[in-house]
Write a protein that binds this ligand. Structure first.
Ligand SMILES: N[C@@H](CCC(=O)N[C@@H](CS)C(=O)NCC(=O)O)C(=O)O
Length: 394
């Protein structure tokens, strides 16, 4: 993009010069033509200045992780996160503090949301106590350094699983907890009904996200010329859009639904049908501590497997007396699967009892009785046309 803008400036400057030179030779005596050429030159100079300003803005807002860093990341090594967490007596979970429904911290400092419940689930798995967890709210740009530096044990913050995050940034992803895609919100009275309607307009977007890069890629592919206006966090992005400083607001569709509830008049806005990308969101841990990665992974699988088997926070105790070996293995009544991870055999019972199975977590935070009422869609079990599927607890 930078190169393109430089090229644009150079082309505009050159064409201005060419106009003066060529125009002068074709009709050397005409004052009117000279005046015309002069005004064309001024217009070209103004365009060049605008292009330069756009370049400076783009450079200032360079996304933190849009591309993989050029230099190799030094991995944190194996480490023993489980021992650290157990020694500390609580889990530290990096989260989102400003996205209602997913990760939100209220004035009293209490966290809530779908992602937050997965933080609680990991605490329940490790300690048998879903409340043994401290939230660490992070913005999009600071979330990765917070996990890399060891300030948090796990990051569960509407974060998309991508190759560069999984490899060069030095993380490992647990199974996806929310299959999402990038969307676009516009004002109803704008008359915009599709992405092409944003031609010549502006789009508010948050720095340090996959969103920022997808927007540029999709619009380039579709040949749509729209200016992206980049903000550092969710509140400033939302406020700018709400104040009418952009024609569109783009982020994950789940984020749009949550953000819409924060606008002055939510009903004045619509989310377009278009889905601009794949955004599989889920927990991540530092690469190199495989056992800790396994713990987070099987905690997520536990919630999905419980839904597959119809085991809920309400009826889990009844299932302890089941004669189905699949149920007995999951709940640790038979076998000792969890011990290989350093957990107690009933870790999944604690997760289900204290936090719930996947459907309960989803419905409590995003379901029909919440302001979001998000259809399960891809986040349904594979038996119901969705993508959720737990490997066997064997
Ligand atoms: N899933 C995308 C986007 C995540 C993201 O940060 N979304 C924004 C907009 S919904 C957000 O959560 N902002 C909250 C904040 O930074 O406070 C990613 O992983 O990059």
């Amino acid at each position: 993009m930078n190169k393109k803008l430089f090229l644009l400036i150079v082309v505009l400057a050159l064409s201005a010069l060419v106009l003066v030179a060529c125009g002068g030779s074709s009709d050397s005596g005409s004052e009117a033509q000279i005046a015309d050429l002069q005004s064309q030159l001024e217009a070209a100079q103004a365009e060049a200045a605008e292009a330069k300003a756009m370049l400076e803005e783009a450079e200032a807002a360079a996304p933190a992780d849009a591309a993989a860093p050029a230099e190799a990341v030094e991995f944190s090594g194996g480490g023993d996160t489980l021992a650290e967490v157990q020694g500390r007596g609580k889990l530290i979970c990096a989260n989102n503090g400003t996205l209602p429904g997913f990760g939100f911290v209220d004035e009293a400092g209490n966290f809530s949301g779908f992602d937050w419940d997965f933080c609680r689930a990991v605490a329940a798995a490790v300690f048998g106590d879903a409340e043994a967890v401290e939230g660490r709210p992070t913005t999009a740009t600071e979330r990765f350094p917070v996990l890399q530096s060891g300030e948090a044990d796990v990051l569960i913050r509407n974060t998309t699983w991508t190759t560069s995050r999984d490899t060069s940034l030095g993380f490992d992803f647990a199974p996806t907890t929310f299959y999402d895609g990038q969307g676009m919100m516009v004002r109803k009275d704008s008359g915009i009904t599709d992405l092409e309607g944003l031609e010549g307009g502006t789009v508010c977007v948050q720095a340090g996200t996959t969103t920022e890069k997808n927007l540029a890629d999709v619009f380039r592919l579709l040949g749509i010329n729209a200016e992206s206006v980049v903000f550092p966090d969710n509140p400033s992005t939302t406020q700018a859009y709400d104040e009418g400083r952009c024609d569109g607001l783009t982020t994950d569709k789940s984020g749009l639904v949550a953000v819409q509830t924060q606008l002055t008049v939510p009903d004045d806005h619509i989310i377009l049908d278009a889905t601009m990308s794949k955004e599989p969101l889920g927990p991540l841990v530092r690469h190199g501590d495989n056992n800790w990665g396994d713990i987070v992974m099987w905690t997520v699988n536990c919630t999905i497997q419980a839904e597959e088997l119809g085991i809920t926070s309400e009826n889990v105790d009844e299932f302890l007396g089941s004669d189905d070996p699949v149920v007995l293995n999951l709940l640790g009544v038979e076998g000792d699967l969890a011990q290989a991870m350093g957990l107690s055999n009933d870790f999944c019972v604690q997760v289900i009892k204290q936090v719930g199975n996947y459907a309960e977590i989803y419905n409590n935070n995003l379901g029909p009785d919440t302001p979001y009422n998000l259809p399960r869609g891809l986040n349904s079990l594979y038996t119901e046309g969705g993508l959720l599927y737990s490997p066997p607890f064997r």
